[in-house]
Structure formats: structure tokens, C-alpha cells
Design a protein around this ligand. Structure first.
Ligand SMILES: *Cc1c(COP(=O)(O)O)cnc(C)c1O
Length: 223
């Protein structure tokens, strides 16, 4: 068994029920993805449109492709026909475009709102106040080619585990509030995407339902 396969098995065995692994395969070759696939992994995360297109065309059709990174509005159309989940909706404009492209393909594309909870200024996403305002505004209800299914965030890059836990808690509290306030008639609003290689054990203790793990499975990325 390869190290990729044993990592996948080890991580999956350690995740509590209800938490799903998104194997982040960006910058790793198709052969590496196929090793994970042969270990039973079917959900993969990518963050560059061209790379995702290439892998989607080359690899088995039963893979669920998640787009996890910052998505440019003008590139939504390339992935709209097949993407299973867009994790990082960071502006109302992006959600509107996803909806437009979803309608063109005759589908509702599942999406998560990216919440900015980290200390870093540069991270994308809605602040909790901006997200609240956006949800309260209600325009998203008319965007029928996109379906809001939950919240995504990234914690600060720090070794301070309490800091990381408190950021995940902010996102989780927001998720619970949004679910009860705006989505009480929508059971599909149920996903919390947080936790990466270094912080996913904290994430699963703080509400995560999807963990996005790359380097722990595939090794360091070659940029
Ligand atoms: C690359 C990436 C990950 C995975 O990071 P690792 O530290 O390699 O596990 C998770 N989420 C997003 C948004 C990423 O871009």
C-alpha cells in the first residue's frame, strides 16, 4: 500500500461520523489522485480552474470535484457543468454568476459562503456582519441556479490552537444562526467546511462536516 493510501485510510478512520474528507489534490499529478481513488476516496478538492478541467477530463467520472479556492467570476462557466460543490463564495457577485451559469446548465450548483474569521487581512470572504447583511437582504433566494449549503472558513496561520478553535467557533456559531434564521426550511443547508492538514483535528471538535486535507495525504506541493 502506498503512503497516500495509508494516509487516506488513517484520516478516514479518525474522522467522526458525519465528517467527510475532501482530498485536496491541487498541484499533484493524476497518478497521485488515482492512488487515493483506489483507496476508495471519491471527493477531491482543486483550486485552479484549468488544472481542474484537465483532471476532470482525464479521471474517472464518479469523482466528485470540489472547487475550494478563490474563484474568479469569469471562470465559473468552465466548471459549472460538473462541479459538485463550490466552497468559497466570497462576494454576492460571484454567487450571482454561479447561479447564472447553473441555470444555463439546468442545475442548481451547491455553494458555501466563505466567512472571514482569521486575523490576516488578505484572506477572502464575508465578515460575519457582511454575511448577515447579505443573507438578510434575501436576493440570494432568487438565484435559482445556486444553492447555499453552508459555511466555509480558513483559520489564521498560527500554532495557537486556542486562537484557531475560537475562529472555528465563530464560524460555527454563524452557521447555526444562519441555519435557524434563514434556512429553517432548507435541510440542505448543513455543511461546515473547515480544517486543513495542520488544524483538522481542532476543526472536527468545532463543528466541521467537511475537512479539506492536502499535504498530509499527498506530501508537499511542487509549485
Ligand atoms: C490548499 C488548500 C487546502 C489544503 O491545505 P493543506 O494544508 O495542504 O492540507 C485546504 N483549503 C484550501 C482553501 C486550500 O487552498
Amino acid at each position: 500500500m502506498s503512503s497516500i493510501q495509508s494516509e487516506i485510510q488513517h484520516i478516514c478512520a479518525s474522522l467522526p461520523e458525519g465528517v467527510q474528507l475532501v482530498a485536496v489534490s491541487k498541484f499533484h499529478p493524476e497518478e497521485a489522485i488515482m492512488q487515493a481513488y483506489e483507496a476508495g476516496q471519491r471527493v477531491f478538492g482543486e483550486s485552479h480552474v484549468q488544472e481542474l478541467q484537465r483532471k476532470h477530463d482525464a479521471l474517472p467520472g464518479d469523482i466528485e470535484w470540489h472547487f475550494i479556492g478563490h474563484l474568479q467570476t469569469n471562470k465559473v462557466k468552465y466548471i459549472a457543468p460538473y462541479v459538485s460543490l463550490i466552497h468559497a463564495i466570497d462576494t454576492p457577485r460571484l454567487l450571482a454568476e454561479v447561479s447564472r451559469q447553473g441555470l444555463k446548465c439546468g442545475r442548481r450548483i451547491p455553494c458555501l459562503l466563505q466567512l472571514h474569521v482569521a486575523r490576516e487581512e488578505t484572506k477572502f470572504g464575508f465578515t460575519p456582519d457582511e454575511a448577515e447583511e447579505f443573507l438578510r437582504g434575501g436576493e440570494w433566494r432568487q438565484m435559482e441556479g445556486a444553492e447555499l449549503c453552508g459555511i466555509m472558513c480558513m483559520a489564521s496561520l498560527t500554532d495557537d490552537e486556542e486562537q484557531i478553535a475560537s475562529e472555528f467557533d465563530v464560524a460555527h456559531q454563524f452557521f447555526l444562526h444562519a441555519r435557524d434564521t434563514y434556512f429553517s426550511d432548507q435541510p440542505s443547508f448543513c455543511q461546515c467546511s473547515w480544517g486543513m492538514s495542520d488544524d483538522y483535528p481542532i476543526a472536527v471538535l468545532h463543528g466541521a462536516t467537511l475537512v479539506r486535507i492536502g499535504s498530509k495525504i499527498f506530501g508537499q506541493r511542487q509549485y
